[in-house]
Design a protein around this ligand. Structure first.
Ligand SMILES: Nc1nc2c(ncn2[C@@H]2O[C@H](COP(=O)(O)OP(=O)(O)O)[C@@H](O)[C@H]2O)c(=O)[nH]1
Ligand SMILES: [Mg+2]
Length: 179
């Protein structure tokens, strides 16, 4: 029997969620991008943003299929918390290394997923000159507060399919139960 998972791509605007779903999906991504001017007054280098969900699908092996779901970054998505409790769910939390408030963003998003931390892998993008060790240290307090081992933090480039596969496989390898 095929094993079905759902992988939620969460995190702040611009972290790479949509890019990662597109890179990983075996089928053309269903996206819901709109021009930034329609939703954001100023300040971002992006020309589009996601107002709805990004959907994709990935079959890492013949037996396993993974639904890919990118959730909006603007508001932390209220129903993400509920859907995160479904069996077979994994959460990739995308953060940007070049944001001064990375640890605060991590805290805010992990609070959304409180009680489901065993499903979470943190993927850090925009980190060309950072070591994974320095990023794990920058997040040490937040990780400790949420009971996440530092090894759950990985470097990732959302534009690079192999890089996204690496973090997605790390998430699939997590145990289903909190233990
Ligand atoms: N340098 C770098 N740029 C990225 C990475 N991931 C995405 N981008 C770029 O960052 C911008 C925002 O990415 P997007 O996927 O729309 O972010 P989202 O708001 O989280 O969905 C796009 O222009 C991407 O091409 C990454 O890992 N490294
Ligand atoms: Mg997006």
């Amino acid at each position: 029997m095929p094993t079905r998972y759902r992988m939620i791509f969460a995190g702040p605007v611009g972290a790479g969620k949509t890019t990662a779903v597109r890179a990983l999906s075996d089928v053309p991504m269903v996206d819901t991008e709109v021009p930034m001017s329609a939703v954001t007054p100023e300040g971002e280098d992006k020309t589009t943003t996601t107002v709805g969900l990004d959907y994709g699908s990935w079959k890492p092996t013949a037996e396993v299929s993974v639904a890919l779901i990118g959730i909006p970054g603007q508001q932390r998505f209220a129903s993400a918390r509920q859907t995160a409790t479904l069996p077979g769910t994994r959460i990739l939390l995308w953060l940007r290394a070049d944001r001064p408030d990375m640890a605060a963003e991590a805290e805010a998003w992990l609070a959304e997923f409180a009680g489901q931390e065993h499903r979470v892998v943190i993927a850090i993008s925009h980190a060309p000159d950072r070591t994974v060790g320095s990023l794990r240290r920058a997040l040490a307090e937040v990780l400790q507060r949420h009971g996440l081992p530092p090894a759950r933090v990985l470097l990732a480039d959302a534009r690079d399919r192999d890089s996204v596969i690496r973090v997605a496989c790390a998430a699939l390898d997590l145990p289903e139960e909190n233990r």
